[in-house]
Design a protein around this ligand. Structure first.
Ligand SMILES: [Zn+2]
Length: 481
C-alpha cells in the first residue's frame, strides 16, 4: 500500500458546551455529575404545552467564541428543528441552527511552517444548539437507561473547512481551539465530562489532486489523541480501498479505541435525513450591531497575542512561553509572580519547574494550589536578597505547598534565614576550628584543599543559616592571616 502517494483531507465539527449555569431553554442546572434525571423540568423533558425561552448567557458566550475565532457575527440568525428519533431525545428533535447560523467565516492559526508562514484553518460556521440526553448501556444488565440531565444543555458547534492535511494538524487545531475557548472563558472544554466532542470528515486523494475525494464521517472519539489515531486509521483504510481500485463509500465510521480500528456504523447510527425546518416556538435571534461590537471589545488577550507579549516583555524562550501560555490560569499565575518579584526569568524557572512539578505531583489544578503568586514572589525575593539559600528555598517551598503559609514566616520558624552577620558566623567558624584540631592545623598551615570540608562543617553547624560565600571568605582570611 502506497500511503505516501495520498494526501489526507480533514474537516472537523466540534461541539462545545457553553459554560452557563442553566440550560439553553429552561432554568435547569447544567451541573456535571448530578444523579440521573435530577436536572430536568417540563421544558427539557418535552412535556406537552411547554415553550423554550432562550438563555441570554449562552448567546453571549457563543458570540465571544465567534469573535475569538475571527468570525462574522450575524445580526439575525434563526433556530431550526433537527428531527430524528432517539430514546434520549424526548422532543424528537434538537433545537439547532441550520441555514442561518449565528456566525460564519472565521479562521484559526494552528502553527507555522518551517519558513515561518502561518498554518491556518478556516472556520465555516459557528452556531447555537442544545444537547440531547444520554443513553447508558453499561450500567444495568440487559437494559438501556436514559439520563436527561444533559437534555437542553447549551452547545456551540464549530465547523471547520476541510483545511487539515494530517492527523497531527487535526490535533493541533483541536489544541488551539481548546486554548481559545479556555482563554475566553466560553467553555470548560473537558472531553471526559463531555463538554467537548469531535466528529471528523475525512477523505483521501492522490497528492497533487485538487478535487476532494469522497468523505466519510468518523465519530466516537473521546480524546484528542484518539482523534489523531482514528483519522490515521480511517485514512489508511480509504487508501487501501482506492489503491485496490475501489471506491470509498460515503458513510459513518465509528472509532474503536480499544482495538485501534474504525468500523462502519450500523444503519441506525448512520446519518439521518434531519428534515430541518425553522423552529416555530422561537423568534429569530436578533442582535444589535452595537452589542455585537461590545462583545468583541470585551474579549481578553487571546493566546497568540499573549505569547507574543511574553516573548517581548519578559525575554523568555519560545519553549518557556509555550508552557506558560498553555492556559490562562498558568499565564496569570506566572505574570503575577513575575510582576511581584521583578525578575521574569527567575519567576519563569520556578513556575515551569517547581510549581508545575508540584501541581502535577498533587494531581490537582493550579486553581487549588495553595501557594499564591505573591508568596512565591516573596520566596524568590528572599533568595535574591541573600536571606535564604537556594536549598533552604526549596524546603520552604515544600512547606508552603502543604500549609499555604507565607515564606518569611516559615523561614523564621524553621530557622532557615541566612545569618549574614559576621559575629554569628565567626562564632561558628571558631567552634568548627576548635572541634577539628587536626584539619584546622593543616588548613591554617596552608593546606587549601581542606577549605571545602571546613565550610561544610560550618554550614552544618549553622543548620544552613550561614551565608556560604561569607563563611568561605572568613575561613580563607584565617588561613592566609
Ligand atoms: Zn429543564
Amino acid at each position: 500500500m502506497s500511503v505516501d502517494r495520498y494526501e489526507m483531507v480533514v474537516g472537523l465539527e466540534v461541539h462545545v458546551q457553553l459554560k452557563t449555569r442553566t440550560k439553553a431553554f429552561c432554568a435547569c442546572s447544567t451541573m456535571y455529575g448530578a444523579p440521573p434525571n435530577v436536572n430536568t423540568c417540563p421544558v427539557c423533558l418535552a412535556l406537552p404545552g411547554t415553550l423554550p425561552v432562550l438563555n441570554a448567557e449562552a448567546v453571549r458566550l457563543a458570540v465571544r467564541a465567534a469573535h475569538a475565532l475571527g468570525c462574522t457575527v450575524k445580526p439575525i440568525s434563526v433556530f431550526a428543528r433537527k428531527n430524528y428519533f432517539y430514546p434520549d431525545l424526548p422532543k424528537g428533535y434538537q433545537i439547532s441552527q441550520y441555514d442561518r447560523p449565528l456566525a460564519v467565516n472565521g479562521s484559526l492559526r494552528i502553527g507555522e511552517n518551517a519558513d515561518g508562514t502561518p498554518i491556518t484553518v478556516g472556520i465555516t460556521r459557528l452556531h447555537l444548539e442544545e444537547d440531547a440526553g444520554k443513553s447508558i448501556h453499561d450500567r444495568y444488565a440487559a437494559v438501556t437507561a436514559i439520563d436527561l440531565n444533559r437534555s437542553g444543555v447549551p452547545l456551540t458547534e464549530i465547523v471547520s473547512e476541510p483545511d487539515m492535511r494530517s492527523a497531527q494538524e487535526a490535533g493541533a487545531y483541536l489544541r488551539a481551539l481548546k486554548q481559545i475557548l479556555e482563554f475566553t472563558d466560553v467553555s470548560d472544554v473537558n472531553m471526559e465530562e463531555g463538554s467537548l466532542r469531535v466528529d471528523a470528515n475525512v477523505s483521501a486523494r492522490l497528492r497533487g489532486e485538487t478535487r476532494l475525494g469522497t468523505k466519510t464521517e468518523v465519530k466516537n472519539m473521546n480524546s484528542f489523541s484518539g482523534v489523531e489515531r482514528a483519522l490515521q486509521a480511517e485514512f489508511e483504510r480509504q487508501v487501501g480501498v482506492l489503491d485496490g481500485g475501489g471506491r470509498v463509500e460515503q458513510q459513518t465510521m465509528l472509532w474503536d479505541g480499544a482495538r485501534g480500528i474504525v468500523r462502519p456504523a450500523r444503519s441506525k447510527e448512520a446519518s439521518h435525513d434531519y428534515r430541518y425546518f425553522p423552529e416555530p416556538d422561537l423568534p429569530p435571534l436578533v442582535l444589535s450591531k452595537e452589542w455585537i461590537e461590545e462583545q468583541r471589545q470585551s474579549l481578553p488577550e487571546l493566546p497568540a497575542a499573549r505569547r507574543a507579549r511574553f516573548v517581548r516583555e519578559y525575554a523568555l524562550s519560545p519553549r518557556e512561553v509555550d508552557v506558560l501560555t498553555s492556559s490562562v490560569i498558568l499565564a496569570d499565575y506566572y505574570e503575577q509572580t513575575a510582576r511581584a518579584h521583578g525578575d521574569p526569568k527567575t519567576a519563569a524557572n520556578w513556575v515551569t519547574g517547581e510549581v508545575l512539578a508540584a501541581v502535577n505531583a498533587a494531581g490537582t489544578s493550579l486553581r487549588e494550589f495553595p501557594v499564591r503568586p505573591s508568596d512565591l514572589a516573596g520566596l524568590l525575593s528572599l533568595v535574591r536578597d541573600g536571606k535564604v539559600s537556594h536549598t533552604a528555598a526549596k524546603r520552604i517551598f515544600g512547606e508552603m505547598r502543604r500549609s499555604g503559609e507565607p515564606p518569611a514566616q516559615i523561614a523564621e520558624r524553621e530557622g532557615l534565614l541566612q545569618e549574614g552577620s559576621d559575629d554569628a558566623i565567626t562564632v561558628w567558624v571558631e567552634e568548627v576550628l576548635a572541634e577539628h584540631p587536626d584539619e584546622s592545623r593543616r588548613f591554617l598551615a596552608g593546606e587549601r584543599k581542606l577549605l571545602g570540608v571546613l565550610v561544610g562543617a560550618v554550614m552544618k553547624k549553622s543548620k544552613g543559616r550561614a551565608d556560604p560565600r561569607r563563611v568561605n571568605q572568613l575561613l580563607s582570611s584565617r588561613a592566609s592571616g
